[in-house]
Design a protein around this ligand. Structure first.
Ligand SMILES: Cc1cc2nc3c(=O)[nH]c(=O)nc-3n(C[C@H](O)[C@H](O)[C@H](O)COP(=O)(O)OP(=O)(O)OC[C@H]3O[C@@H](n4cnc5c(N)ncnc54)[C@H](O)[C@@H]3O)c2cc1C
Length: 450
């Protein structure tokens, strides 16, 4: 379903000619295809289809001169919906979508920020390489790789950012820089977890591991006894070998009773080892349906490139991290589902290799938790969800920004431990003193002496 309002406004935003040539504006035939995101409708004055860093710098300069908002869109799948806006510029990076294998032997790859993870997976597959990067092929590289990246092989391979070896960004002053462990290491640290606050990422280099076929199992569980089921599933996932990563979605089934759909990936193709590794996870509850298949990893996340039109109605979500799914925690999560406080609850396993990276290594500092939790609802259900979420708080430790729609100071405090937040504020003062990149989870600056 598309929106129909693409009538030209009384006056079109005047743009300097290089930008005008790249702009899609209200009244243009393709405006409707580029104005929205997965969760949010938008009415930007112009969407700039950037072809390179010069275009991004020009858009930044123009937004500053015109005093209008500027937002950055890679794949348009941001849950907080902040990659579109009303009345400002959207810098659309979808044309910056190259995926290059720089060294197949070592797994060094360069990926532009506007590529979709499904395309990255498909293009790395012929080289026997893969990056664990979420469960949805249409998610953009830029949004996920600046926040974390919890993927379908996270327990074996860690977060997506754990494989990043360099990033290229346009900074607030329009400079295009390349940062890695030896060049601007503070910036490189900040990009891996809080990147959206520091610039427009144009490309990343990753060290991709060798990955062959995997075994994927899609299981539908009867989750009527929700809390007990969640606690059993959690315990089974935590004790499974690292080759096992499981993502769970719990919602009301056809008769209103809770059902849980698990996508469980065994990162290997040997059926006997897989059976042993997966057994306890797959028997966490009464199974209604089960389908297992051997597949190349990239086929798990195809990219469709379909236009976004705010098709996701559950536009309010809360995000938290759990060390373990204890019985009290499972009871509090189950309570979210009661009376539709959260029509959809998702749990993604982290732990394993995610927790091998020291918490000081990246701005994403949560390296002891085993689960990422998201609960989503309709806008009308926001206060009910918030009230239930308060009951959950004692069981949570940290927050993953990519699944959160609240963008205030509390979310920042939960997302970044105090020492990390202090360091990020200092870096914000250094790299974005004018607060150009404040649209999504804005970091305050530190009060600098003098
Ligand atoms: C259906 C679905 C499934 C998902 N599954 C997972 C999952 O399994 N694991 C996981 O970790 N996450 C998952 N996510 C969350 C996803 O990683 C984030 O929402 C991510 O921000 C989306 O990236 P994008 O480029 O598509 O988003 P966009 O909407 O384009 O951008 C979102 C935000 O990211 C920032 N940003 C985007 N591009 C850049 C850039 N180039 N430079 C600097 N900042 C930028 C901006 O703040 C922007 O507002 C999922 C999201 C959806 C909608």
């Amino acid at each position: 379903m598309r929106t129909t309002d693409s009538s030209p406004p009384a006056s079109r935003l005047p743009l300097p000619s290089p930008l005008a040539a790249l702009a899609v504006r209200p009244g243009d035939s393709d405006y409707d295809d580029v104005r929205h995101t997965y969760t949010r409708t938008g009415s930007p004055a112009a969407v700039i289809r950037a072809r390179g860093h010069e275009d991004i710098a020009a858009a930044l300069a123009h937004a500053r001169t015109a005093g209008i908002p500027l937002t950055v869109r890679s794949g348009g799948h941001g849950i907080s919906g902040r990659s579109t806006n009303d009345g400002g510029l959207v810098v659309d990076l979808s044309a910056l979508n190259a995926v290059q294998v720089l060294d197949a032997q070592s797994g060094l790859v360069r990926v532009e920020a506007g590529a979709r993870w499904g395309d990255v997976a498909a293009q790395l597959a012929p080289h026997g390489l893969a990056l664990s990067s979420g469960d949805t092929g249409d998610v953009g590289v830029g949004g996920l790789a600046t926040a974390g990246g919890i993927g379908l092989m996270s327990r074996l391979h860690g977060l997506t950012i754990d494989h990043m070896s360099a990033a290229e960004l346009v900074l607030a002053d329009g400079c295009h820089v390349r940062t890695d462990a030896g060049h601007d290491p503070d910036l490189f640290w900040a990009v891996r977890g809080a990147g959206a606050n520091f610039g427009v990422a144009t490309a990343f280099e990753f060290q991709a591991p060798s990955v062959g076929d995997v075994i994927a199992v899609v299981t539908l569980f009867d989750a009527t006894d929700t809390a007990a089921f969640l606690a059993r599933w959690g315990a089974a996932v935590e004790t499974a070998p690292r080759t096992v990563t499981s993502f769970l979605t719990v919602m009301a089934g056809p008769g209103g009773q809770p059902v849980a759909q698990a996508m469980t990936v065994y990162a290997g193709a040997d059926p006997q080892s897989a059976r042993e590794a997966l057994g306890p996870v797959l028997s966490a509850g009464p199974v209604l349906r089960n389908q297992a298949y051997v597949t190349p990893y990239h086929q798990l996340l195809p990219a469709t490139h379909a236009a976004q039109y705010a098709q996701q109605p559950l536009t309010v979500s809360r995000s938290g991290l759990l060390e373990h799914i204890t019985e009290p925690a499972a009871t509090a999560v189950a309570a979210l589902l009661v009376a539709g406080r959260a029509p959809m609850v998702q749990l993604r396993s982290v732990g394993g290799a995610v927790n091998d990276t020291p918490p000081t290594a990246t701005a994403y500092a949560h390296r002891t938790q085993n689960f990422s939790l998201m609960a989503a609802t309709l806008p009308a259900g926001r206060s009910a969800l918030d009230r239930s979420w308060e009951q959950l708080r004692p069981h949570l430790n940290g927050l993953y920004l990519s699944f959160e729609t609240g963008t205030g100071p509390r979310q920042l405090r939960d997302a970044f431990p105090a020492a990390v937040l202090d360091r990020l504020k200092l870096l914000k003062s250094r790299y974005d003193p004018g607060h150009v990149f404040d649209n999504n989870f804005a970091l305050p600056s530190a009060d600098l002496p003098g």
